[in-house]
Write a protein that binds this ligand. Sequence first.
Ligand code: F6P
Length: 357
Amino acid sequence: MKFGILTSGGDCAGLNAVIRSIGLYLLRNAKNAEIVGIPDGYGGLIRGESYPLRKEDFEGILAYGGTILHTSRQPFKKMTVPEEGGTRLSRMVANYKKMGLDCLFTLGGAGTHKTAAMLSMEGCNVIGVPKTIDNDIYGTDVTFGFRTAVEVVTEAFDRIATTAASHSRIMLVEVMGNKAGWLTLQSGIAAGAHMILIPEIPFSLDAVCDFLSARLAAGERSTMVAVAEGALLDSEAKFKKEQRAFVRTALGESTVTRHLAEVIGERTGAETRYSVLGYLQRGGTPCAYDRLLCSRLGGYAAKLAVEGRFGVTAAVSGNSITFNALADIAGKYKFVDPQGEEVCFARSIGISFGDRA
Ligand code: F6P
């Protein structure tokens, strides 16, 4: 059997660990396994590029950050737009056949899974593996790469907290996560943030400033605020994402953090600074939890392939690895539940979400 592997969308720690595990499983358990890597995610498949992966390619990559196959973003909505040479989707299907693939592993996030579901509907044998630091893929308790990012953000927070304490400042720390606030929520709680702003709970400027002023009045010298990249004002919440993006682009900002820090400084009178963590959240070596999870997910996905179960994606349920049909999860997201246990617990110990609850 001939197997293709691609990694698509924003990278994260653990992609190579999954690639390795898929490879090792197939080389041991599939008859005459031929494995190829497809470079740059769906980009390589659109162009029809692949190259052989051998045992030695899987050696020594378990702990490497990034992806040895490289990645790119290929927006789902462009897949069916007619272009010279056909749509991207039709070119991918044609190249899948031309390469003689019996199965394609797609390691990626929610967008990758939507395209994977479409490829599957077009007759390609696809198996997904759920990757993203955003942890927002529907149907899996956790995605690989997430826990490493939580570790990295928590450590960054701890470091920023000491300088905030020295200078008696309010410090805003911007964390990745455009649609979903999982990374901000979990690392914020883990690092002892006093306020957590996430896309799922739009914040009020008044509520934010009142909370911070009350802390100052109570003699608290410093305050740590975790701000998700996608955090939004309650006044913005009624607008669609595109409209919000339009206004923010016009203001030269894609996130609220800088503006919010300015307003907080003016209204509270406290020295306020902000720090955008950026890509360090996605780079580097996976933590032990992710190395184990990636190894299990990769081996499991490869097992599904050997058993001939296609049109599915591996998933985590409790302590077990399982799978979902791509058709059931594609296009759906897993968001933080504003009424859920984690948020309620955080509120119960005094963490503010910048709202009036
Ligand atoms: O991979 C997910 C993610 O890290 C989001 O949290 C973030 O909004 C986005 O990627 C940034 O992507 P890019 O690499 O395209 O700037």
